[in-house]
Design a protein around this ligand. Sequence first.
Ligand code: HEM
Length: 173
Amino acid sequence: PYLNGLLAPDCEPPKMNPSIEPLSWLLGTWLSEPPGDGIYPTLQPFHYLEEVHITHVGQPMLNFSFNAFHPDTKKPMHRECGFIRLKPDSNKVAFVSAQNTGIVEVEEGEVNGQELCIASHSIARISFAAEPRVEQIMRKFRLNAEGRLEQTVSMATTTQPMTQHLHITYKKV
Ligand code: HEM
């Protein structure tokens, strides 16, 4: 049975709130396949694994977690979790994420069919966040013709203009 949390163990599986239907193609558990590609002008190219959980509990929003791992050592790397909301009666989307690197960000954009394009609206960081600082983030999610989810992340930092950092394809499990 679906656990809606320990405080509501016997709840029926929550019905999807109809307002999030335009985002329902994101729902599920997704695993990177093949491993993701990391690049940036200042970095050696790298690969990573990622496990993604995108769920709902009947509320008019999605819950997400993205959990990256080193492809060889399987050690945890980047992690983030948050919520995706839709502005009622529109295709406007807000994406709120807390990351283990000490940044918290809000991105906004639009969903069009099975494609979601968002860009940072505000970024907050802990006072001792590592340099260089990320100043802008852009992401694109899309469900491709093979039913795989793809994410592309670009960013601008205090030393680099907007440039791609990540591209990854996930298979639903
Ligand atoms: C480096 C931001 C997601 C792996 C960096 C840097 C920034 C950054 C600002 C430093 C770049 C430089 O030195 O010029 C972000 C943001 C992310 C994100 C904003 C999400 C929106 C990820 C993910 C991975 C990853 C999912 C997967 C493992 C790395 C690695 C480096 C790096 C390996 C280089 C070593 C290090 O600084 O730890 N990232 N990153 N990042 N990122 Fe990301």
